[in-house]
Each structure stands twice: as structure tokens, then as C-alpha cells.
Design a protein around this ligand. Structure first.
Ligand code: ZN
Length: 198
């Protein structure tokens, strides 16, 4: 017999599919939601629908944005000749929070992972190559220091090198296997300043 039948069971099941939400959290959230005033639930549902419908990828850097071109790419004071390649928008946000990086980004939306069948064609590499045809002086590879991040870094460095553009990799100091988004700003800046040429 199902512990919770019908609507509540379905709600728990959907919430459990969210990243980082286990069975217990899903139950807690479900009971919280069904006890909220209907207008609060509607506001939450509408916000999710609106975000899903209106957020797209920047036509230049693939960052998530409401507009054709994201605020970073459309900011004329940013140095477009330096491109920092990150795995996802959360990593971009981590570097952006330091307020010290003045170049632009390229968001890959993933990393190469042969183990789970993610190849170079599955992340935003083609879009990066197109950008290299412009006036680019340096590509800073800031993928995570996981196996996937390192594989991706190596792949990008091989792609960029023949163009003659300088390729650098953020320094260690970012712990092995560490997700950029959880690392403090000082460590991030040190990793950026200590980047090494590949
Ligand atoms: Zn952009």
C-alpha cells in the first residue's frame, strides 16, 4: 500500500526529482506547500513557469539571460579579448561575485564525460570556436578540477592552441574535485591570478 495516495504522493514524487532533495525533504516541502494559502502556491508555480519560458542562452557567451545578449556581454567596459570558460552559470556567478574579473565568459553547460556519454558535441564548444575568430587575446579555462573538468580543459587547450591565442588554466588552490561555486572568493581570485599558460 502506498503511504500517501493521490495528489500528495504525486507532489512528493515530483519534489524528490529535484537536485539535492531526498525523500524526507520532499515530504516536508510537500506538506508545507499544501498548507500555504493558494495564492502563495500560485505565485511560486507562476514564477517557475515564467522563468522556464523566458530564460534563454546569451547569443554570445551562452550564459542564462532574459535578453538576446546577457548584461555581461552587453557591458562595454568588459574586455572582450579575454574569455573565461566555465562549466555552468553558477560558476560564472561565483567569479562575478568577486567583482575583480573584467573579461567576458563562455558557459559550456557541462563538461566532457565519456563515462556518462557526454562528448564534445554535447557542450557549447562549437559556440566557443566561433568566438575565437574575433579579436581574442586569451582563453582562461576555469572548468572544475574534477576528472570531467580536467578532460574538458585538455580538450579546449588542444582546440585553441593552433589558433595562436594564449590558453591558460586557473591555478590549483581550487581543491581537486572542488566545485567552483562552493569556493570562497579569495581562493577563486588566487586561482585566477596564479593561472598558468598551457
Ligand atoms: Zn553573454
Amino acid at each position: 500500500m502506498e503511504l500517501y495516495s493521490g495528489y500528495i504522493g504525486k507532489l512528493i514524487e515530483e519534489l524528490e526529482r529535484l537536485p539535492g532533495i531526498g525523500a524526507k525533504s520532499a515530504q516536508r516541502m510537500a506538506f508545507y506547500l499544501i498548507n500555504l494559502p493558494p495564492e502563495r502556491v500560485k505565485r511560486l508555480a507562476d514564477t517557475m513557469m515564467e522563468a522556464r519560458a523566458n530564460i534563454r542562452q546569451c547569443s554570445e557567451c551562452c550564459n542564462l539571460t532574459d535578453k538576446e545578449v546577457c548584461p555581461i556581454c552587453s557591458n562595454t567596459s568588459r574586455d572582450k579579448s579575454v574569455i573565461m570558460v566555465v562549466e555552468n552559470t553558477r560558476d560564472l556567478a561565483a567569479y562575478e561575485k568577486t567583482g575583480k574579473y573584467k573579461g567576458v565568459y563562455h558557459v559550456l553547460h557541462g563538461a566532457i564525460s565519456p563515462m556518462i556519454g557526454i562528448g564534445p558535441g554535447d557542450i557549447k564548444l562549437k559556440e566557443l570556436i566561433v568566438r575565437l575568430e574575433g579579436d581574442v587575446q586569451e582563453v582562461i579555462i576555469a572548468t572544475n578540477s574534477s576528472l570531467e573538468g580536467e578532460t574538458t580543459a585538455m580538450y579546449i587547450s588542444k582546440l585553441v592552441k593552433p589558433t595562436g591565442i594564449k590558453v591558460t588554466r586557473i591555478a590549483s588552490g581550487v581543491p581537486v574535485g572542488g566545485d567552483l561555486e562552493y569556493i570562497d572568493e579569495v581562493t577563486l581570485l588566487r586561482a585566477l591570478e596564479g593561472r598558468i599558460e598551457l
